[in-house]
Design a protein around this ligand. Structure first.
Ligand code: PGA
Ligand code: ZN
Length: 415
């Protein structure tokens, strides 16, 4: 069960941008993993190493990250026992030696960390979710609740809508029922949008959600359309919740300390009041990144006002970083973690981020990135740690459906 060779190659993500895919070989098995990438990234995410000075792929190539895997990392980890995940992850951190993984690149490090766990699961002839559950001492399994982004705004589309994601939250116990409702609501939404805004408005954004060409700029418009789609598809609001990922970093003006949406500027407290209105009007159950990541006072006040009535989700605020999560728990900035493996860079640290959050009674959402690959590692991760929610995008586009489909498959393997 020793590592014999580690080899990385260049593949493309769903935006057509290069990313890294790594293979970890043992005597009898191979495990691989390819790495996602964000568009609206938090300021303190682990460092994604790209060839910023090369003309190849318009400065976005990952040849340095690939080289780091194929040389230094391969040399250092050769001969390691593949089941020693924590030791391997710690060795990667030591080898990098920086706080944000900027020497070797978090993309390089994560690709190895995840591929090691797949090779280990293969060695034990175990499905990946089961191996991850073993690593995290978890014996409980339930189907996660999906948050599905069916209208895309912000930096994920060319639309005039500021909020990045309008999410439906099917509240069914079984993932099969959740997937069915998502698909049906998605198609009834497509019909509504096509009739009201024309067929070109049914083109989709980075995460598979529609990007309607709204004539008037109003963040309520998508919510109105989605409520109608839920009804048209035959579902009730009791069965289907609504959520937002505002990704407020992307519409905050740091100089003026104002948020720009609905064609006007909002102060932090005006925006807070606006959110309270939306929550009431549309029965919103989950709000992610409602404020700029450094506007901590606003986070705190908002969390105090809504208490545990909704999920206040930290994404850019927390960047899956155990130290930032601990700080947010003690200062009550939010009550839920968005867990993105590439924000922190190893499996061990990701599990740590999860465990710290659960200990504080937070909810945890395992999430994709806007730049994804067909790799569905995060489905096994979510199921293996018994995450409360998953955020995998719309029920369309292969890189998104591959994650939902893997959840369906896991159910079949398990039964
Ligand atoms: P990103 O967006 O992958 O572009 O960061 C996803 C999110 O903000 O949740
Ligand atoms: Zn987000």
């Amino acid at each position: 069960m020793e590592i014999k060779e580690i080899k990385a190659i260049r593949v493309l993500d769903s935006r057509g941008v290069p990313t890294i895919k790594t293979f970890v070989k043992t005597e009898n098995e191979t495990g691989s993993a390819s790495i996602p990438s964000g568009t609206s990234a938090g300021l303190f995410e682990a460092y994604e190493l790209r060839d910023t000075k090369s003309k190849d792929y318009f400065n976005l190539d990952v040849s340095k990250a690939i080289k780091n895997v194929n040389t230094v990392i391969n040399k250092k980890l050769k001969g390691k026992f593949v089941l020693d995940q924590e030791d391997i992850d710690n060795t990667l951190l030591e080898l990098d030696g920086t706080d944000n993984k900027s020497r070797l690149g978090a993309n390089a490090i994560l690709s190895v960390s995840l591929a090691v766990s797949r090779a280990a699961a293969n060695e034990l002839s175990m499905p990946l979710y089961q191996y991850i559950s073993r690593l995290n001492n978890n014996n409980n399994f339930k189907d996660p609740t999906p948050l599905s982004n069916i209208i895309n705004g912000g930096l994920h589309s060319g639309s005039n809508i500021a909020f990045q994601e309008y999410l439906i939250i099917p509240k069914f116990k079984e993932i099969e029922d959740s997937v069915k409702s998502m698909s049906e609501i998605y198609h009834s939404l497509k019909n509504i949008i096509s009739k009201e805004y024309g067929p070109s408005s049914t083109n989709v954004g980075f995460e598979g959600g529609f990007v309607p060409n709204f004539k008037d700029v109003n963040e309520e418009n998508p919510l109105i359309l989605i409520e109608k789609a839920i009804k048209d598809a035959g579902y009730t609001r009791k069965e289907i919740g609504l959520g937002l990922d505002c990704a407020a970093n992307s519409f905050y003006n740091e100089k003026e300390k104002k948020y720009f949406l609905n064609n006007k500027n909002y102060s932090s407290s005006e925006l807070l009041d606006y959110y309270l209105d939306l929550i009431k009007k549309f029965k919103i159950k989950s709000i992610e990144d409602p404020f700029f990541e450094k506007d901590k006072k606003a986070w705190q006040e908002f969390s105090k006002k809504v208490s545990s009535s909704i999920n206040v989700v930290g994404d850019d605020l927390l960047v899956t970083n155990p130290a930032l999560i601990k700080d947010a728990i003690s200062k009550k900035y939010c009550n839920s973690l968005l867990l993105k493996v590439n924000q922190i860079g190893t499996l061990t640290e990701s599990l740590n981020a999860f465990n710290i959050s659960k200990k504080a009674n937070w909810k945890v959402i395992v999430s994709h990135r806007s730049g994804e690959t067909e790799d569905n590692y995060i489905s096994d991760l979510a199921y293996g740690i018994n995450a409360d929610y998953v955020k995998f995008g719309a029920p369309s586009r292969g890189e998104r459906t591959s994650k939902y489909n893997r959840l369906l498959e896991i159910k079949e393997i398990k039964s």
